[in-house]
Design a binder for this molecule. Structure first.
Ligand code: MN
Ligand code: MN
Length: 421
């Protein structure tokens, strides 16, 4: 029975491979005939020998989620490519009264050298305590409502409420806090511009106070020592507190003597129109051009409808850290030195593509695929394979790919981003 379902997946994958290649018109007729040749070869193999069977122990649910690792497409290389996927489901969770936190860094996913992600939940009233760190913090709200606070470089205060899909960015060393609001707190994804980052190694207010002699604190603040007798003796990190009142009432009270910061550390993603839209999906690009304060992190939020695909492309300026918000996808990364690998993704997974490597992301499910492409860069940049080929002298391209002029002319001269257009 296990053999039968493996074979079913095997041939279905081959069939999907044909239709997507045809839809994408990547290299036109050549891709289709290659895919058909592979399909014939795979069916032949399955009939004539037992290679495509797996009679030993297996984790069937996990295999089912990763069909392209269980039976790689014939175009994947036999030279091994290190994993570029890590599910948040595997991450070590720190649970507290008031919320939890888990992270995927270079320690969990060794290829992800430039960025790290922290997924956090705060209950209504739950506080991620006042802190700062050595990396810049970019964030997107995934659920609910939260209140963020910071103080800018001139000592002016910033307080804002954020909702689903809103972003924030706190530069290196800027102290900040996050608190869940009613009715059910918040969940969000923090992305740091350093793969080595860890949320457990930040400068915390509570931890700092507990490691300073009381007489020093007394002298520093100009208050008598007994007034400080209840200071926390260890870090709080996340803790439960009362749900704060509405922002309007709070803001005048909370704004310090220097007043409100002119810097907006938050960005309302859904208030902007998509940067590019086709019948198969859309993309919103947010970088320092429209979100001024975000000088080290750029985002593309991509939505791909069922049957659609984020077209073949690469990025010249930075590696891509991905987070899958909803739906199912597969991605092939063509590496250097004759290496390529295809992996499958679903909501909650992190993916990674090293700078300049060719890749596509195909919606393999029957629901909307939404994912983030994150870059350690002040600006977003990519190059489309189709655009490159269609704007290169035709004789040169035809000589490489053995395709005719009519096929080449079909390839889009403009970057489509999401195909079919
Ligand atoms: Mn932080
Ligand atoms: Mn990309």
């Amino acid at each position: 029975m296990a053999n039968d379902s493996a074979k079913d997946r095997f041939s279905r994958r081959g069939f999907i491979g044909i239709s997507s290649a045809a839809l994408a018109t990547v290299a036109g007729g050549l891709a289709v005939s290659n895919a058909m040749a592979q399909e014939g070869q795979q069916s032949g193999n399955a009939r004539s020998d037992r290679s495509a069977t797996d009679p030993g122990p297996s984790n069937t649910p996990l295999d089912g989620q990763n069909p392209d690792s269980t039976w790689p497409p014939g175009t994947d290389s036999k030279s091994l490519v290190p994993t570029f996927k890590y599910p948040f489901s595997f991450a070590n969770k720190r649970a507290y009264e008031g919320g939890w936190s888990r992270e995927v860094t270079v320690r969990e996913l060794p290829v992800s050298k430039t960025m790290a992600g922290v997924n956090m939940r705060l209950t209504a009233g739950g506080i991620r305590e006042l802190h700062w760190h050595t990396a810049a913090e970019w964030a997107i709200m995934l659920y609910g409502t939260a209140r963020i606070t910071a103080i800018d470089r001139d000592g002016k205060s910033f307080v804002a409420d954020v909702n689903k899909n809103d972003l924030w960015y706190f530069p290196t060393g800027i102290p900040h806090s996050i608190q869940g609001l009613g009715p059910d707190g918040a969940e969000f994804m923090l992305v740091f511009d350093d793969g080595e980052f860890s949320e457990s190694e930040t400068v915390l207010l509570s931890d700092s106070m507990s490691h300073l002699p009381r007489e020093v604190l007394s002298k520093n603040f100009g208050v008598p020592e007994p007034a400080l007798k209840n200071l926390p003796k260890q870090e709080l990190f996340i803790f439960q507190a009362a749900v704060p009142g509405p922002l309007e009432a709070d803001q005048s009270a909370a704004a310090g003597a220097r007043g409100k910061s002119p810097t907006d550390f938050a960005f309302r993603t859904m208030e902007m129109q998509p940067t590019k839209r086709t019948k198969s999906g859309d993309v919103r690009i947010v970088d320092s051009n429209n979100f001024k304060v975000s000088t080290t992190v750029a985002m593309a939020m991509v939505t791909v409808h069922p049957g659609g695909m984020r077209e073949l492309h690469w990025h010249h300026n930075a590696s891509e850290w991905q987070y899958y918000i909803s739906g199912k996808a597969r991605m092939t990364v063509v590496s250097t030195g004759n290496r390529a690998r295809t992996m499958d993704f679903q909501a909650g997974d992190v993916g990674y593509v090293e700078k300049t490597l060719l890749h596509y992301i195909e919606n393999t499910g029957d629901t909307e695929l939404i994912f983030l492409e994150m870059f350690k860069s002040s600006f977003y940049q990519d190059l489309s394979l189709s655009q490159w080929l269609a704007n290169t002298p035709p004789e040169l391209v035809m000589a490489h790919l053995n395709i005719d002029k009519a096929t080449l002319d079909t390839i889009s001269r403009d970057e489509l981003v999401i195909v079919p257009r």
